[in-house]
Write a protein that binds this ligand. Structure first.
Ligand SMILES: [Zn+2]
Length: 700
């Protein structure tokens, strides 16, 4: 049973680049844009009538019907890989965070306070003149350390020192790290009451193994451009023989890629359940001096690890022994330079953007520095900003309304589960128990991270970044073995997304997604159910679907389904896979039905439960017609308008290849499986999206 990322929407975090590179590209790669295009002209509350294209038949292309006028008048800004509802909200959130930063800075905050840290972190990052003037100096001690590596023992220490808690396997779907391995500290598979360390394959700069191994012309060209980029980074960092070094690094990364398992396999939780004792590492993965590695990583006392990708650990450890030391040293240098490019002289940041932003994502120009600065603050001091953000932008009334909606959605799922005949009674009972114990976080967390041990200096952008990644790492490893806080959040309030945390049996809906057009306390209820209701329904669906079936009501990894349940489920899932396999965003490039199945099922369940929740909220009455649209029509249009988006080709190709979520337009078209949609829009056989009743997929 395969497990997918639980974040509601794909984000830049899923790319394979380091967190700092990700920051530089945060937006470059993310879908975002500067104007309120989606709600422009600032619509009345509810469905955005101005976005609809009535010349398109709903049954032929529902996505285009709901969003066509918006698509026609919207252009992707040159500093973006795409634009859509999520990005418009993300921009609004960025602007609000920027305003918070400015206010905090003005208030002459006390030394050591969160407000002081926010201001200093931002200002240090914004001071490009100082960053340029310092040149490569901040890197020098790190480069000297690499130069001093004389044998495999030293190499193991250097590799151990780079380990960070920079992957997230079940919550936010960060499946790659440029470091040799990635660490995730999370509740255990069998003991979900305590945090355990999970180790994941790593070592690549480009997003996944296919970028190194795929033989399509597109990927071959990309590799030629990559090696040119790597040589440029070496040259700019002042190293001799940059071309030779670049060639060596590419061949090492290619060899690493060969040891990696695929994205689909990473998402298969059954393959991840490998508990290794500390002493087993040397026998199972010879080549790396594990004692030195773990000691340098501060984990020498840890006796057990969950190894998510055992074959890759074995393969990579062997490469540590077999690849020339100098190649590893070049690899370490490159990874260091890439990690810190945003806080090194401008040439490096520009070179990095020209490859990872322009070539990999199709973005034409780098975003304004202030937006990148906001990204840095959101990453390093996310809760400190989030606490203020939540107070300012999420009223208690909005919170109460969102909570009421969640309660209706959960009630709708309870009813749906009661009525399902294909689930065994014991399975149904556990599904109901999971709903009963589900923690649904709305707006913001109940406790905030403590930043007192994170030192921020007003004149040290480089140090602020490196101290952050270490502070974060130490915070995470200190949790190992401690009791799990099920109410802990994995997203900040200012994030425009939502997430399901299966090992905690919990959901997070940050304040920033609970904003118009997703959620508007002044909009007709039916529009809120169609928009945010289906998002909430999507996340709830993950708690007891293909993903959720691997985790019980306590968050333990335990299969609580019968073989018959699975058989029926698989059969329906296969139908939906075929539906998605048929979508072809580019000639010859199809959506991958298998890779996206869990998200598509969650969309299917989410829309169905949101529809029931909306119906229940009307207590048997029809919702008022607005602008000529019936209640049911508003519901489905509001849902499809969640997905209005435009992407650059490179970015969309990358999504189709590496993301568990289907492109937005196909997510909108999930409605073709709902009987009520056919009725609402009078859909007839022969129309493109029409499915005969027997071909409509019904799972929940
Ligand atoms: Zn999802």
């Amino acid at each position: 049973m395969s497990i997918r990322s639980h974040a509601f929407n794909s984000g830049p975090a899923s790319s394979a680049i380091s967190y700092l590179v990700a920051l530089a590209l945060l937006a470059a790669a993310a879908h975002a844009q500067g104007t309120d295009a989606v709600t422009n002209p600032p619509a009345a509350h509810g469905v955005a009538v101005a976005n609809i294209d009535k010349s398109v038949k709903p049954g032929d292309d529902f996505y285009r019907y709901a969003n066509g006028a918006w698509l026609a008048r919207t252009e992707i800004p040159s500093d973006r890989a795409g634009v859509g509802v999520f990005s418009v909200l993300a921009d609004r959130s960025s602007k609000n965070v920027a305003a918070i930063i400015e206010e905090e800075a003005k208030s002459s905050p006390a030394a050591g306070s969160n407000a002081r840290k926010i201001a200093d972190l931002y200002n240090a990052y914004m001071d490009e003149a100082a960053i340029n003037a310092r040149g490569m100096k901040p890197l020098e001690p790190h480069l000297a350390e690499i130069a001093a590596i004389h044998d495999r023992h030293d190499l193991a220490i250097a590799l151990g020192k780079t380990l960070r808690a920079d992957v997230d396997l079940l919550n936010n779907a960060v499946f790659s790290t440029p470091n040799l391995f990635g660490l995730w500290v999370a509740p255990g598979f069998s003991d979900s009451d305590h945090y355990v360390p999970y180790l994941l394959q790593g070592g690549l700069q480009m997003p996944s193994r296919s970028y190194y191994l795929d033989n399509s012309q597109h990927m071959k060209d990309l590799r030629v451009q990559y090696v040119t980029h790597v040589a440029a980074m070496f040259r700019l960092a002042g190293l001799d023989d940059p071309d030779a070094r670049a060639g060596r690094v590419l061949s090492l990364e290619r060899a690493i890629a060969e040891t990696h398992i695929s994205l689909a396999d990473i998402e298969d939780v059954a393959k991840a359940d490998n508990l290794w004792t500390r002493t087993e590492f040397t026998a199972r993965a010879p080549g790396l001096d594990w004692d030195a590695y773990f000691e340098a990583a501060g984990l020498d006392q840890q006796q057990q690890f969950m190894v998510w990708t055992p074959t890759a650990l074995t393969g990579e450890a062997a490469l540590v022994a077999s690849t020339p030391l100098d190649t590893w040293k070049d690899w370490l240098i490159l990874h260091l330079v890439e990690q810190y490019a945003a806080v090194l002289p401008r040439d490096l940041a520009q070179e990095q953007f020209s490859f990872f932003g322009r070539i990999m994502s199709g973005v034409q120009q780098q975003r304004p520095r202030w937006q990148l600065g906001v990204g840095v603050v959101n990453t390093c001091l996310g809760d400190a900003v989030g606490e203020i953000y939540a107070q300012k932008y999420f009223s208690p009334q909005a919170k109460a309304e969102a909570q009421a909606m969640v309660a209706n959605l959960i009630a709708a799922y309870h009813k749906r589960l009661d009525a399902l005949t294909w689930l065994a009674p014991s399975t149904r009972a556990e599904a109901q128990a999971k709903l009963d114990t589900l923690y649904v976080g709305i707006g913001y967390p109940e406790t905030w991270k403590d930043y007192s041990a994170y030192e921020v200096r007003p004149d040290d952008a480089f140090g602020n970044q490196s101290r952050y990644s270490l502070w974060d790492y130490h915070r995470e490893i200190a949790r190992i073995g401690k009791p799990v806080d099920r109410h802990e959040w994995s997203m900040t309030p200012q994030t425009v997304n939502a997430v399901n945390l299966p090992l905690q049996n919990a959901l997070n809906f940050p304040a920033a997604i609970l904003q118009p057009p997703f959620f508007d306390p002044e909009a007709p209820a039916v529009a809120n159910y169609g928009a945010i209701g289906s998002v909430i329904g999507h996340e709830i669906s993950h708690t007891f679907d293909a993903e959720g079936s691997a985790f019980d009501s306590k968050g333990r990894v335990r299969n609580w389904w019968t073989p018959d349940d699975h058989a029926h489920f698989e059969q329906q899932a296969e139908k939906l896979e075929k539906q998605y396999d048929a979508y072809e965003p580019f000639p010859g490039i199809h959506v991958n039905g298998k890779q996206t199945i869990d998200e598509n099922i969650a969309d299917l369940g989410g829309v169905a439960a949101a529809y029931d929740g909306y119906r229940a909220s009307q207590q048997g009455a029809e919702a008022p017609t607005v602008d000529g649209f019936t209640g049911d029509q508003q519901f489905y249009i509001a849902y499809a308008q969640n997905w209005g988006s435009k992407s650059r080709e490179a970015s969309l190709r990358r999504q189709v290849l590496t993301d568990g979520h289907s492109p937005g337009q196909y997510r909108a078209d999930i409605v073709r499986n709902s009987d009520a949609w056919y009725k609402a829009f009078d859909i007839k056989p022969g129309e493109t999206l029409y499915l005969a009743p027997d071909d409509r997929v019904r799972i929940w």
